[in-house]
Design a protein around this ligand. Structure first.
Ligand SMILES: *[C@@H]1O[C@H](CO)[C@@H](O)[C@H](O)[C@H]1NC(C)=O
Ligand SMILES: *[C@@H]1O[C@H](CO)[C@@H](O)[C@H](O)[C@H]1NC(C)=O
Length: 428
């Protein structure tokens, strides 16, 4: 479920940066790869079709690429034969990958007619024939007997296109098998594509049998510098000796919990500390309850971190106590962030103190006081944590803002997530 919002948020922020975000509105019918547990289970024949690929051993990858960081991780991938470079947002919170296929000059969109490895998915393909009601990739058969998907984002923007197969070329001698992708015909004008990286069968990592991947999100040195560059790996990361790992929480396929996203990278968070003080939050607040609410996911596709109320209120109380009347009253940034300040960010950071997200096995994500606040414009800085309820989600989401200067590795073979401190502007 988070992923639908993730995707929405992401696109919306990327595209309609200046517009006011109305986060309360839910997507009208955003579903399938982009949504919650019961909805994202492929129907049997599709599952069977993909399972042979998913269950065969992972392939050895050694792919490394820089990416641009501007609220999202934006990577350029060579797609098709011969390869055409496409910008895609790396999203660990969603499943379906898609590219822009509409002819567009700037930035140039993918032109299927120039690729010899491109093919369309006919309506007869099992993926396109949902037979059980909760398999909700909203596909239809178009007038050309091709598999068409469509869904709305919360702002009413329609994302639609055809499902296709295409290869991603990782080196001169190496490309993925043909992957099922969305070929967007008419989504918002400047949308980059999405590289869906969650644990679902249709995600890029599952289809391409990637055993592990990792990224390092840079911190922008100053407001005036250009968007910084981070590093992305498919396959073994040479820095992994220094990583500390926590096991992912996984969920049996048959388990149906309405608010759970079983395909997300769910981690056992146990607490939050600020200024060396552990906040009085029960660890159960960070774990899924019987309805699936409360899971904590690592999401590259959401910028800020979102916490369920039981955790958020403790953070807010602490911040309000630390900074007193400097907290801006009745100010909410983009419907999401409401711990905001005028004035000197360094001083306010000092008042709040260092922050840490704590996990099993004493693993922590440390956020030093100088990286707690985000400048949202007009001299206003906000703590980069919002209420999940404001997003309409029941999960805790650790966004990319709180994954900066950190290697984050998603090890699908060992079902674990690794963290390693790094200077991501210089990471290799
Ligand atoms: C922590 O929270 C629990 C329940 O919210 C409360 O009963 C308890 O008194 C709190 N402990 C402290 C030290 O504030
Ligand atoms: C976070 O900070 C604590 C306390 O300073 C330290 O023990 C720990 O190693 C740090 N973790 C990371 C990932 O930097």
């Amino acid at each position: 479920m988070a992923s639908s919002h993730t995707l929405f948020l992401l696109l919306f922020m990327l595209l309609l940066n200046s517009l006011h975000l109305s986060l309360q509105k839910k997507p009208l019918s955003l579903s399938f790869p982009l949504t919650s547990a019961p909805l994202s289970k492929p129907h049997p024949s599709a599952a069977k079709l993909l399972s042979s690929a998913a269950e065969s051993p992972p392939l050895a990858y050694t792919y490394k690429s820089p990416f641009r960081y501007s609220m999202a991780l934006i990577i350029s991938l060579p797609i098709g034969t011969p390869a055409q470079s496409q910008q895609m947002v790396v999203d660990t919170g969603s499943q379906l990958s898609w590219i822009q296929c509409r002819r567009r000059k700037a930035p140039p969109s993918f032109d299927p007619s120039l690729s010899s490895s491109f093919s369309v998915l006919p309506c007869s393909h099992p993926i396109c024939k949902p037979r059980i009601p909760d398999f909700t990739l909203p596909t239809t058969c178009d007038q050309n007997r091709l598999c068409h998907y469509s869904y709305f984002y919360a702002d009413g923007t329609l994302a639609e296109g055809n499902l296709v197969r295409e290869k991603i070329t990782l080196s001169r001698s190496r490309s993925t098998p043909p992957l099922i992708l969305g070929c967007a015909a008419d989504s918002a004008p400047d949308a980059e594509g999405i590289l869906g990286m969650n644990r679902g069968r249709l995600s890029f990592v599952s289809q391409a049998k990637v055993p592990t991947f990792s990224y390092c999100v840079p911190v922008r040195r100053s407001r005036t510098t250009a968007n910084p560059t981070g590093m992305f790996y498919l396959g073994q990361n040479p820095n992994s000796r220094t990583f500390r790992y926590i096991n992912m929480l996984t969920f049996p396929e048959g388990q149906r919990m309405p608010n759970l996203d079983p395909l997300a990278y769910t981690v056992p968070m146990s607490g939050i500390s600020i200024g060396r003080q552990r906040l009085n939050i029960s660890a159960s607040v960070f774990l899924p309850d019987s309805g699936g609410s409360g899971q904590t996911m690592i999401d590259s596709g959401t910028q800020y971190t979102f916490l369920v109320d039981a955790a958020y209120q403790r953070v807010r109380e602490h911040v309000a106590r630390a900074v007193g009347p400097r907290l801006k009253k009745d100010y909410v940034y983009q419907g999401a962030l409401d711990m905001c300040f005028d004035g000197d960010a360094i001083e306010i950071g000092r008042l709040i103190g260092d922050m840490a997200f704590q996990f099993d096995k004493a693993v922590e994500i440390n956020i030093s006081r100088d990286r707690i606040l985000d400048h949202v414009g007009g001299g206003i800085h906000c703590v980069a944590i919002g209420r999940s309820e404001a997003l309409g989600v029941a999960s805790n989401i650790i966004g990319n803002f709180h994954q900066r200067n950190l290697w984050v590795e998603f090890d699908l073979v060992h079902r674990r997530v690794g963290f390693g401190v790094a200077d991501c502007s210089n990471a290799v």
